[in-house]
Ligand binder design. Structure first.
Ligand SMILES: [Zn+2]
Ligand SMILES: [Zn+2]
Length: 261
């Protein structure tokens, strides 16, 4: 059985706090078989990881910001340098879908229901699957993971699970299981990823981790005002985490659980 965290950010992402070396070291320490480094709109993290893999499975990936939400492109060979970004900084979903298909990759919607009730049907039609567990869909967003799992079963799509780690503490908090031997090879993992049944592990990450990377992004983008706002959110995150650590009904989400589809 292979265990792969399908959604991790390195410091090639504007809000990532881990170097590729940090990630690979931690993946080994956790006993995972591999990782997909899916940096925001960049293939640089995957490229670096592939050069340093040394036996670990590296799923080449990018997380695109599109007008239909964040999209995980797996088994691709570059990012979308040739495609123009729109004024709002996002890519056109259909152009990204076309590019990923042309590279022979698989397209999965990341956290498809985080902050929204509906995933556009025209996009659902074109994706190979949905991320059914994202460890950053914490606490009040947890229903969005459940919605993604229901949709995958209803629509007969593939599924993936990932921590969306931006900090070391989050790595491995979710992973997709593949019923394959250690030397299965990327082609077989790709085939298995497109399948509609299987299993995954998931637990949610402390909100304080989210706030740490959010803080970094805000400081880079908005300077001092961003830093102050980020600090307030960080403090709120610590309080909310403490509340949920004390509540029993979220035990599964804290300790983690293996889910079957
Ligand atoms: Zn995302
Ligand atoms: Zn992400």
């Amino acid at each position: 059985m292979l265990k792969i965290d399908m959604h991790v950010h390195s410091n090639h992402s504007f809000d990532g706090l881990m170097s590729v070396d940090d990630i690979l070291r931690k993946v080994r320490k956790l006993g995972l078989d591999g990782v997909a480094i899916a940096d925001h709109n960049s293939f640089a993290g995957s490229l670096e990881a592939m050069a340093k893999a040394d036996g670990l499975i590296i799923i080449p990936a990018v997380e695109y910001s599109t007008d239909c939400g964040h999209m995980l492109a797996f088994f691709v060979c570059s990012d979308a340098k040739g495609i123009l970004r729109q004024k709002n900084g996002k890519y056109n979903f259909f152009e990204v879908a076309k590019l990923v298909k042309s590279q022979g990759g698989l397209l999965f919607a990341a956290h498809p229901y985080k902050g929204r009730k509906n995933f556009p049907p025209e996009a659902l039609h074109l994706v190979d699957g949905l991320e059914v567990f994202n460890s950053r869909c914490v606490v009040r967003h947890q229903t969005s993971n459940n919605m993604a799992q229901r949709k995958v079963q209803e629509a007969g799509k593939g599924f993936c699970a990932g921590s969306d780690a931006h900090t070391p503490k989050e790595l491995g908090n979710a992973c997709r299981f593949f019923d394959l031997p250690p030397k299965a090879g990327l082609e077989n993992i790709k085939k298995a990823l497109a399948e509609t049944s299987g299993s995954y592990f998931g637990k949610f990450s402390p909100l304080s981790c989210y706030c740490r990377s959010d803080l970094l992004a805000r400081r880079k983008r908005d300077g001092f005002a961003g830093l102050v706002k980020g600090c307030l959110r960080f403090a709120a995150g610590l309080l909310i985490d403490a509340k949920y650590i004390l509540s029993r009904q979220n035990k599964d989400l804290k300790t983690g659980k293996i889910y079957e589809i």
